[in-house]
Design a protein around this ligand. Structure first.
Ligand code: CP
Ligand code: NVA
Length: 309
């Protein structure tokens, strides 16, 4: 049966560990210049309803490193843009390509696509979740800390799609996720309940200082996500005071690391000083999108990593 990756909960903690371990091996192979064409001849369709820099380039370069190739599909240039239905597009594309990555405004679009496509479907970001980002983030933290169990991540700012995926991940990693968001922009209750029911340790507070106390990692994201542009003024108002700056960072554990999925708006959710400072690991996160997604694709459409050292 085909396996999709629409949410982190589509994998269990053992699969997560093994994807991260494979990603670290793939990173090593790439930096040594060793060929690792585990997906020779495979093709990946990539549908982007919204803009992207990291997701697009990392998937495209990733499958090319693995000996396959990607097709960038803009809905406006497809019949989708003229009203062809998702379920029809899904069934047709699945006859041509080996997997589809889709970035969509609505999570329901991705779910519908996955229901009808007879090949693995990967969520490249929706209004609800961004599992590929958090997969790469977990790899990045594993490189730094080894075992993640018991670490505390403080999310400061908008309780958005990336935040929701972090909350779900707590059920897999054993990390505590403490979210500080203004009341109107807190993460989805259903997601918090789900993570907690699976053993995740999640706390939601309004005060950033409370969330960052003893935190090993501080994480933030833009205040105005794609699709929220019409709420810009209210959001900037409500999120004032939720900036990760050096004063807030000083209240976390002394060696706390700072993460951001990017793109960043310096001066809003994070200051330039913190983003460029020694505790920031944002570029490693961005790089690891490549390695983590390669490991994911090998798992979904390849024969696994057994054939390479
Ligand atoms: N972090 C992330 O997904 O970036 P892009 O929007 O550039 O793909
Ligand atoms: N929360 C952001 C993430 C961008 C990678 C958005 O959805 O626009």
């Amino acid at each position: 049966m085909k396996k999709d990756f629409l949410s982190l909960l589509d994998i269990d903690e053992h699969e997560l560990e093994s994807i991260v371990a494979d990603a670290v091996r793939l990173k090593r192979l790439k930096s040594a210049g060793t060929a690792h064409e585990l997906l020779r001849g495979k093709s990946l369709g990539m549908i982007f309803e919204k803009a992207s820099t990291r997701t697009r380039v990392s998937f495209e370069v990733g499958i090319s490193d693995l000996g396959g190739h990607a097709l960038f599909l803009n809905p406006q240039d497809m019949q989708l843009g003229r009203g062809e239905e998702i379920r029809d597009t899904a069934r047709v594309l699945a006859r041509y390509v080996d997997a589809v990555m889709i970035r969509a405004y609505s999570h329901a679009t991705i779910e519908e696509f996955a229901r009808y496509a007879n090949v693995p479907v990967v969520n490249g970001l929706s209004d609800r979740l961004h599992p590929c980002q958090v997969l790469a983030d977990i790899m990045t933290l594993s490189e730094r800390f080894g075992d993640l169990h018991g670490l505390k991540l403080a999310w400061v700012g908008d309780g958005n799609n990336v935040c929701n995926s972090w909350i779900l991940s707590s059920a897999l990693t054993g990390m505590e996720v403490a979210v500080a968001s203004p009341p109107r922009y807190q993460p989805e209750d259903e997601i918090v309940d789900r993570a907690r029911a699976m053993g995740g340790k999640v706390t939601i507070v309004a005060d950033p200082k409370e969330a960052v106390r003893d935190a090993d990692v501080l994480y933030t994201d833009i205040w105005v996500s794609m699709g929220d542009e019409q709420e810009r003024a209210e959001r900037l108002q409500a999120l004032k005071g939720y900036t990760i700056d050096s004063r807030l960072l000083a209240q976390a554990s002394p060696d706390a690391l700072v993460m951001h999925c990017l793109p960043a708006h310096r001066g809003e959710e994070i200051t330039d000083e913190v983003m460029e400072g020694p505790q920031s690991i944002v570029w490693d996160q961005a790089e690891n999108r490549l390695h983590a997604q390669k490991a994911l694709l090998v798992r979904l459409i390849g024969g696994g990593m057994t054939s390479v050292e």
